[in-house]
Design a protein around this ligand. Structure first.
Ligand code: C5P
Length: 326
């Protein structure tokens, strides 16, 4: 019987994203607080015939979002994760990957990073590699700044270029209306715009504010809403001025629908997230945003809960012999 491992790959939002002056290596020092949300891709790995180890592992995409921008070859971060793990363990890890994508692509929700984290966890389990947690996080950091957090999940502070993560204590749950966009934004382009906007300014070293940590430690949604901050937001809005209207619409609300407790661009955008007081408020706010934004060339706003777990194994699967012969 062929074993198979399925791992969840959660999306993240940055509740706080403080960005410092560009470093000599081109990255920016960050002080950030990540939180995983209840929206995930699902990645399934299955071993394939050995001997094919020097060709990229095959990757089959499915899901509910537009995946036209997702590479299925060597440029895919999940495949690079498998390669990196193989190099680390000095052995071939020939697998087929089935990736069901539900996280908007290039949306600022770390979808690609989540897939890479899930691939590390899944292949480690499939081949019983028992890679230590610190090593897995170190390998994750080489794949991308957000990948270690996607392994960890929950809520975490991120420093360095975002790859150094430490769990943050949180109480309760938070409800978010996520407003996806039809187009993606390139993360390097948003950081470049950040540099351009700050060219004549002294950018201070960022620091996570105490209020935000208090809000998380006490489960205080209004305080969290007031503490949300994303230093990349002006850059994302500069590239996409229409995002201002989406943020405003969430904050203002309507008759009978109070505005969000806070609203920010997620990561480098263009997805925006709007913090609701609770689930019922979130449901009404999502409907309101759907109505007020009118017909758009994008998936409708939807509600998610946070925090959510990191990349971890989902239910054990009964092998399906037809699965890889499609
Ligand atoms: O680490 P990752 O590959 O996700 O980063 C993508 C790009 O985002 C980098 O090439 C860089 O342009 C930018 N970036 C940055 N500072 C960070 C993280 C990312 O400038 N801390």
């Amino acid at each position: 019987m062929t074993p198979r491992v399925r791992v969840s790959a959660p999306a993240k939002v940055n509740l706080f994203l403080g960005v410092g002056p560009v470093r000599p290596d081109g990255y920016h020092p960050l002080a950030t607080v990540y939180q995983a949300v209840g929206l995930r891709d699902e990645l399934t790995v299955e071993p394939v015939e050995d001997g094919a180890e020097d060709v990229p592992a095959p990757l089959v995409l499915s899901g509910t979002v537009d995946t036209s921008g997702v590479p299925t070859g060597a440029g895919n971060l999940a495949l690079r994760a498998v390669e990196l793990l193989a190099t680390h363990h000095r052995r071939a890890l020939p697998v087929a990957i089935d990736l069901a994508k539900h996280i908007p692509v290039a949306g600022g929700l770390a979808g690609g990073s989540a897939d890479a984290a899930a691939a590390l966890v899944a292949v480690d389990l499939l081949f019983d590699l028992r890679t230590s947690r610190p090593t897995l996080l170190e390998l994750a950091g080489r794949l991308g700044s957000d990948v270690p957090f996607c392994v960890l999940g929950g809520t975490a502070a991120g420093s360095g270029r975002g790859e150094l993560v430490a769990p943050v204590r949180t109480v309760g749950e938070f409800w978010w209306v996520v407003v996806p966009d039809a187009a993606g934004l390139s993360t390097p382009a948003v950081y470049a715009e950040f540099d351009r906007l700050n060219a004549d300014l002294r950018v201070p070293e960022p620091e996570v504010p105490a209020d935000l940590l208090t809000a998380l430690a006490t489960g205080h949604a209004p305080l969290l809403g007031a503490s949300l901050r994303n230093d990349l937001q002006p850059a994302a809005v500069s590239l996409r001025p229409d995002l201002r209207q989406v943020l405003e619409a969430g904050l203002v609300g309507a008759d009978g629908v109070p505005g969000a407790l806070g609203a920010i661009v997620s990561g480098s955008g263009p997805t925006t997230v709007h913090l609701a007081a609770d689930e019922s408020h979130g449901t009404r706010l999502a409907r309101h945003l759907h109505d007020v934004l009118g017909p758009r060339d994008a998936p409708p706003p939807f509600l998610v809960c946070s925090p959510a777990p990191g990349a971890r194994e989902m239910e054990a699967l009964v092998p399906d012999p037809d699965r890889w012969s499609r």
